[in-house]
Design a protein around this ligand. Structure first.
Ligand code: ADP
Length: 234
């Protein structure tokens, strides 16, 4: 398995260096992996996720995502449009576009005709169980349903990575479970790398690997223990 994310000694501070949001992060993520990033509020999770999506720039260190050097590359709009699907707690659906039209938005950067766009949007809505609501406006849907539309939309442009920041943060546990199952299903069916930030250990455990962040540093990472045991065996 080749790595789709390679981060070395990444740092980011705010307030003229007084707040060290990321304090030397080293992280590799394999293609197709599902990892969760867990840690208390203020530990640096969102900052790290923003770096991965090129929504913020690091102070030092290196970050390579899907073959893009995010510190040197100037084509970050293309990187985001082609490689990344974002799922945030605030799903930002466009109110005067139907559900299926909302899902189609990220496809406009592709060279696809309207038939192909509609087919893919309906396929994704089918996976999240909302094909029958495709013509409705977002305000006719529940919060959980809107979040499922946002998940379908995040997959629309066939990204190589989905970045999800507390995707179930505002939802009840039954709806959360449903959404996480659908996210996992899409990750498997589309073979996309899924990186999810959460503060909830029950949610984090659904991933193949849990990365724990504290004070801007990674304090535990399943890969490290694997490496340790390999070293011990040989
Ligand atoms: P988490 O997602 O784990 O809650 P964040 O990455 O949002 O943590 O924040 C890490 C630290 O950086 C916190 O101390 C936070 O207050 C600070 N921080 C994050 N973004 C900014 C910003 N734009 N300006 C100033 N401080 C920030």
């Amino acid at each position: 398995m080749s790595n789709i994310v390679e981060i070395k000694n990444l740092t980011k501070s705010y307030e003229k260096g007084n707040i060290k949001a990321l304090n030397g992060i080293d992280l590799s993520i394999g293609e197709g992996e599902f990892v969760s990033i867990i840690g208390p509020s203020g530990s640096g999770k969102s900052t790290l996720l923003n770096m991965l999506g090129a929504l913020d720039t690091p102070d030092s260190g290196s970050i390579n995502v899907a073959g893009f050097d995010l510190k040197k590359n100037k084509h970050l709009n293309e990187f985001r449009a082609d490689e990344i699907g974002f799922v945030f707690q605030l799903h930002n659906l466009i109110p005067n576009l139907s559900v299926v039209e909302n899902v189609e938005i990220p496809m406009f950067t592709k060279d696809w005709n309207s038939k192909k766009m509609r087919e893919r949007a309906l396929y994704l809505l089918d996976i999240v169980g909302l094909k029958d609501k495709s013509k409705m406006l977002p305000n006719k849907l529940s919060g959980g349903e809107r979040q499922r539309v946002a998940i379908a939309r995040a997959l629309a442009n066939e990204p190589s990575i989905i970045l999800a920041d507390e995707p179930t943060g505002s939802l009840d546990s039954k709806t959360s479970n449903k959404i996480l199952k659908q996210l996992d299903k899409l990750h498997n069916e589309e073979n996309v790398t899924l990186i999810m930030v959460t503060h909830d250990m029950d949610v984090a455990r659904l991933a193949d690997r849990v990365i724990e962040v504290l004070d801007g540093k990674i304090v535990s990472n399943a890969d490290d223990s694997l490496l340790d045991s390999e070293i011990k065996i040989h």
